[in-house]
Every structure is written in structure tokens, then in C-alpha cells.
Design a binder for this molecule. Sequence first.
Ligand code: S3P
Length: 169
Amino acid sequence: MKNVKNIYLVGFMGTGKSAVASELAKKLNRRFVDLDELIEKREKRKINDIFTCSGEVYFRKIEKEILKEASFPTDAVVACGGGIVLDEENIKQMKETGVIICLSARPEVILDRTSRSNERPILNVDNPKEKVEELLKLRAPFYAKADYAIDSSQLKVSRIVDIIIKDIL
Ligand code: S3P
């Protein structure tokens, strides 16, 4: 294994970032960080409430601050929220302090996985299918900035972790 700094898991909602990051951290004996969890802890409220009461712009500001704080020391596996890549400075921060791995999945897989909870304000809309397709198109160029990409549609978490350890690190 090369001497990598932080390992950032990015990608659309429902692609398995948190599950993969948590298992990868365990296997590598590294610090596990879930940015959404840290945001909720800091704000003492759920992501849904932050979006509803304070808006997305406010959420993105906190997300950026938490990313900066969580980047050090550089020994972590970090599960990022799906929109982290939309800010160029976040990408810069992640590249300077580690490696970025993007998980992807087919739209129908994303819809199936995300329909199991209503904790994602961005998908709490009348037509989530349309929203997922629209956002996937819009965000594709941002996710493409990651250093590596893995399609998680048909892979178990443990298999993705193995791929990362064997082929990337
Ligand atoms: C978001 C994804 C969510 C969370 C917030 C916004 C997004 O995280 O940060 O609801 O803009 O894609 P997950 O990708 O972990 O669901």
C-alpha cells in the first residue's frame, strides 16, 4: 500500500459511500469520518431540518467548514455528502490532503436505495426519478474530477473495499 493520506469517498446519494468508508476504515485501522454526521452533530439538528429552516446555501457553507476541519490529521477515510464536489475549493482541499474515490450507480439502483428513507431533502420531491436523472446529468462533470471511479451497482460493500485496497491504494 502506498503512503496515501486521507481517502475521500464521493458520489451521488445512494452509491454506498458511508458503508464503504466505514468498512474500509476498519480494515485499514484508520479514523472514520462521516461528514453528514459531523454536520448534524455540530448543528444539533437533522440535515432535513437544516435544509428546511436554513436553506441549501447555509448547509453548503457548514459542509465546507466541516470538510476543512475533518481533513486533518490526514489519516482518515471520509464519507462525503453527495454535493461536496459542487464546490471547486472542496475538490482542491480533498486533492491536497488525499485521494478522491467516486462511487457511482445506475439511476434505478440509486432510486431503490434512496427510497428506503426520507432523510435526503433533495429527493423529497414529487418525482424523485426525474430529480435523480436531472442531478446525475448536472453533476457528472464534477464527479469526473475524482481520481478513481467504481460502479457500485452490482457490487457488495466488501467487494468494493477489496477493490480499493488491491487496485487503488
Ligand atoms: C446531498 C447528499 C446527502 C447530504 C445532503 C445533500 C446532495 O448526503 O449531504 O442531503 O446534495 O447530494 P448523502 O450523499 O450521503 O446522502
